[in-house]
Design a protein around this ligand. Structure first.
Ligand SMILES: Nc1ncnc2c1ncn2[C@@H]1O[C@H](COP(=O)(O)OP(=O)(O)OP(=O)(O)O)[C@@H](O)[C@H]1O
Length: 200
């Protein structure tokens, strides 16, 4: 599997954010998108996820499921945690499993994998910032998708949480997945750097 971007141009609010951007990511590889605030890291992830329209260039996923679109083969995790505060931790994850479709894995084991198994019944409104982030990350294993698009995935995670997430990413890459992450801090795994907008 290979994700390619060629000659990408991004325009937001009538202003060019970046142009002539090329990148490649192959199965088993992590790409860390780096650059200054406002350089366009989130915009690039949203372009790949199909949430923003390209102003130029093309993005393709080769070797995936030919019956599915690129967004259908991707998990997009924004930097805001998309949770319903009145639902419990487990109900939030089950909501996402049903919303995303595909073959849901066991919700309880996905929660255990991110260290939330013991508070599955708790309303999401009670979660700390790091726990909210862990619940968002649980989506990645609750529904299997080969391409992970992650915006600041380690924000709010403590040291143990960062190590846990590094293990999840490593397992994903070892099973032939690939990931693109926008980040200001090291991901905790080996990654190819894609810099947007010159020196940060
Ligand atoms: N909805 C929008 N309308 C107009 N301009 C926008 C919109 N969203 C973002 N932008 C602009 O697009 C540019 C790139 O924003 P983006 O969020 O992609 O940057 P980033 O590299 O992820 O930044 P950060 O490191 O601060 O998260 C910024 O100049 C921003 O002001």
């Amino acid at each position: 599997m290979r994700l390619t971007g060629r000659g990408l141009r991004c325009v937001r609010g009538g202003r060019e954010v970046f142009a002539d951007l090329d990148f490649d990511a192959v199965a088993g590889e992590a790409v860390a998108v780096v650059g200054a605030n406002g350089a366009g890291k989130t915009s690039l992830l949203r372009l790949i996820a199909g949430l923003l329209a390209l102003a130029g260039g093309s993005i393709a996923l080769e070797g995936g499921d030919s019956e599915l679109t690129l967004p259908e083969q991707a998990h997009y995790l924004g930097h805001r945690d998309a949770l319903k505060p009145s639902l419990s931790v487990a109900e939030n994850l089950i909501f996402w499993q049903q919303f995303l479709g595909g073959e849901p894995a066991d919700a309880q084991s996905s929660l255990a994998a991110v260290g939330l198994g013991h508070i599955a019944h708790l309303p999401a409104a009670y979660l700390s910032a790091g726990q909210r982030r862990r619940l968002s990350l649980a989506r990645l294993t609750a529904v299997k998708r080969p391409l992970w698009l992650l915006d600041e995935p380690t924000s709010a995670l403590d040291a143990e949480g960062q190590a846990m997430f590094a293990r999840l990413m490593t397992a994903h890459l070892e099973s032939g997945g690939l990931l693109v992450a926008a980040t200001h801090t090291p991901l905790g795994i080996a990654a190819r750097e894609l810099r947007i907008g010159g020196a940060a």
